[in-house]
Design a protein around this ligand. Structure first.
Ligand code: TA6
Length: 315
């Protein structure tokens, strides 16, 4: 049986997009073109994987009426899912797009989970690994779960030789980097790396030196540092690559990092070569930015945008 990509979202949300010409603080802002999408980073990853035609199962924890909305939307889209249901309510995340493409996000914390929720989910996750070729883990952890949870999930997946692509930040990312088992790929942005090492990153030369010398980044197969409109700096084992993309008319940048993770996971699961892995990730990230909906790509444009990605080997 064809194994799937297991896309984990521990803190899913209904992503509500409010496009406004201009955001007036301390005033009534009426909005017309509202979209509500099953979101949270891992669900954006799952949706883009589905659009790419990759076999994907969305998992994590879901609860309440928001959880029901998310599952209904996944069913309507045709995305397979197998969440662990909790009795707490999942969350909403709001993205206000205003004043010439600025974006203001208001992210709810999400439900308070229990130690028992954590134990039950790890058992649920381990069972799901039986049918997984690759795992993606994306986004924040709900309150109440251990900051070690992602490190533990990486450890469990490592016992079954299943690669994990981790897109997280702060203490949950740090715990995975200092654990005995490393994620196969991480996709931090520059700010998240600066936060990890507690010092500013002034330029890409400094960034490359940090990735080479700082023990936090040892033994990770892929490190994809997203640079937004400036592309990415990628480390694969001891090789570095500078990926650049052309200037494009951005409609909605929210979810582009998640879409990049989906492209990387899809190519890794297909055992594509390294150039194709990097190019696919940049392509899906770009494709998301030209769509109004968060975590959404138009695959009819894939070949055109794939051809726009430039890769330069740095060492
Ligand atoms: O990356 C965009 C996004 O998925 C938003 O749509 C919103 O759901 C947010 O990230 C959630 O981020 P968090 O880090 O709280 O999981």
């Amino acid at each position: 049986m064809l194994k799937s990509i297991l896309a984990i979202t521990m803190n899913p949300s209904v992503d509500i997009s409010y496009p406004l010409g201009s955001l007036q603080l301390n005033a009534v802002n009426r909005v017309e073109d509202v979209s509500k999408t099953a979101g949270g980073k891992g669900l954006n990853v799952a949706r883009v994987l589905y659009q790419l035609g990759s076999p994907v199962i969305a998992s994590g924890v879901l609860g309440g009426t928001i959880g029901n909305f998310i599952e209904k939307q996944l069913d309507e889209t045709g995305i397979s899912h197998d969440f662990m249901t909790i009795n707490q309510e999942s969350r909403n995340c709001i993205a206000i797009l205003h004043d010439n493409m600025q974006q203001t996000e208001i992210l709810e914390q999400g439900p308070l989970l229990t130690d028992q929720n954590e134990v039950d989910f790890l058992a649920h996750f381990e069972k799901q690994l039986e049918n997984a070729a690759v795992v993606t883990i994306s986004g924040s952890l709900p309150e109440g779960l251990s900051k070690q949870l992602y490190a533990e999930m990486v450890r469990i997946a490592s016992t079954k030789d299943i690669p994990v692509l981790l897109d997280s930040s702060g203490e949950s990312l740090r715990a995975s980097l200092t654990g005995n088992n490393k994620p196969f790929l991480i996709k931090p942005n520059q700010e998240e790396i600066a936060q990890l090492i507690q010092e500013p990153i002034t330029d890409l030369t400094k960034l490359q030196q940090i990735l080479t010398d700082n023990p936090l980044f040892k033994d990770i197969e892929w490190i994809v540092v997203s640079l937004g409109a400036d592309g990415a700096l990628v480390k694969h084992r001891d090789q570095y690559f500078r990926l650049t993309i052309p200037k494009i008319d951005v409609v909605n940048p929210v979810g582009s990092g998640d879409s990049t993770v989906a492209g990387l996971a899809s190519a890794i699961a297909k055992k594509d070569d390294n150039i194709k892995i990097m190019t696919t990730g940049m392509t899906t990230g770009m494709l998301n930015t030209i769509e109004r909906q968060t975590g959404f790509v138009n695959t009819d444009l894939f070949a055109e945008y794939y051809g726009k990605v430039m890769i330069k080997k740095l060492n």
